[in-house]
Design a protein around this ligand. Structure first.
Ligand SMILES: Cc1ncc(COP(=O)(O)O)c(C=O)c1O
Length: 385
């Protein structure tokens, strides 16, 4: 057996139980057992499920009697998830929304009420990646602060609140929206203490607060603050269902009972009362209970891989000061695409380096649990030119 084949066999033999969730190995056909839920994928937030893998999970969940159908996105599995997230986030109520884009929009729209100014990070999804939906469809005025930074600080908020109050025509800041981790800043997190300062000030001023916590289940591991400590600082919190929990789409918007009450009318108004939402959500309950622990274990694996790379000395590892899942690898290869293809032949998927950069921006996620640190480091090192 040559060294490459040896590496491939070694990697597959070291597959962890997370690869084949919920006893699928026993029920799956031999062919699917051999090919599904394999390999480390450094490009994704969750498991990056392939269609056949998704179908396996869906089938298993149905067979286990774990799915009750919803009716126009109400009741059944949808309601179960709403209750589960509201409990985990420490908010009295929650509503399913088919996309995070709409969850952010519905939140700031209702929180704003008659105060149309909404302070946002210039680098946030709400400001950059929602096609000005809140401005065009809800008449809000998004004020982007801290260009090129992970977040604004309290003093910048205070300045804008004062400016808004002093205008000839009163146009108050109604909402402050904060995204953390920040996708456009390589998933860097907003410091908890800064969020606390902003939250206390906003509450004194009667300004409402929204958290785009799309990937907030990664925060506790890095900051030591719990999900509930984060959500307590905000009136509403959105969490993605497809990023960490492997749904096909979806979001949860959590908040006070009277805020969530009746909000499904606005969801329907935006054409988002899906007649049948459960197929999008079938895998979520399989990953939600263990996600935080799985992410911590993935980081334990990652740290061991990084230590092995450091000992070898050829691949350099760079972490961000306020980073979460994103880490950068500098690989001494003349052709990074060719390097990625060689790595991929051994079941490891790497992202492309960014235009003009020689660093590969990898994501730490639970797929790392599918290989031992030794096998994973060997794949990365053996593929060097
Ligand atoms: C931070 C953040 N907020 C919101 C969204 C929107 O989520 P969706 O794609 O479910 O609309 C995304 C999507 O990638 C995101 O990264």
């Amino acid at each position: 057996m040559d060294r490459r084949n040896f590496l491939a066999v070694g990697s597959l033999a070291s597959v962890s139980s997370l690869v084949v969730p919920f006893g699928i190995a026993q029920g799956a056909s031999r062919a699917s057992h051999e090919t599904l839920f394999r390999g480390v994928d450094f490009t994704t937030d969750g498991l990056g499920l392939k269609p056949a893998e998704y179908v396996e999970l869906l089938t298993k969940a149905v067979d286990a009697g774990a799915i009750t159908a919803d009716n126009y996105s109400r009741g059944g599995l949808v309601e179960q998830l709403e209750q589960e997230f509201s409990r985990r986030l420490g908010k009295p109520a929650a509503m399913f929304v088919p996309t995070g884009t709409l969850a952010n929009h519905l939140a700031v729209r209702k929180l704003a009420g008659t105060d149309p100014r909404v302070i946002v990070q210039a680098e946030s999804h709400l400001y950059n990646d929602s096609g000005d939906a809140a401005q065009v469809l809800s008449g809000l005025n998004l004020i982007p602060l801290a260009v090129g930074e992970t977040s604004f600080i309290l003093e910048q908020v205070e300045e804008w609140v004062a400016r808004s109050k002093s205008g000839r025509v009163e146009a108050k800041v109604g909402v402050i929206s904060i995204e953390s981790p920040v996708r456009r800043r390589d998933h860097a997190m907003v410091p908890f203490e800064e969020m606390q300062r902003i939250s206390s000030y906003a509450r004194e001023q009667g300004i409402r607060l929204h958290l785009d916590g799309s990937r907030m289940f990664n925060l506790p591991f890095h900051s030591g603050k719990s999900l509930k400590e984060y959500s307590a600082l905000f009136d509403t919190v959105y969490v993605s269902l497809w990023k960490h929990f492997n749904g096909a789409s979806g979001a949860i918007l959590a908040g006070e009972g009277d805020f969530i009450e009746g909000l499904y009318h606005a969801r329907r108004m935006f054409g988002s009362a899906l007649p049948t939402a459960w197929p999008l959500l079938a895998p979520v309950m399989q990953f939600l209970p263990t996600y935080e622990a799985d992410y911590a274990r993935a980081w334990a694996t990652a740290e061991q891989v990084f230590a092995l790379l450091q000992t070898d000395g050829r691949i350099r590892v760079r972490k961000l000061p306020d980073g979460t899942c994103r880490v950068f690898l500098t690989v001494p290869s003349r052709d990074l695409n060719a390097y990625a293809s060689r790595v991929s032949a051994h079941g490891v998927t790497l992202p492309h380096a960014r235009e003009g950069s020689t660093e590969i921006p990898i994501q730490v996620n639970p797929t790392l649990l599918r290989m031992t640190p030794g096998a994973l480091a060997r794949v990365l090192l053996e593929a060097l030119d």
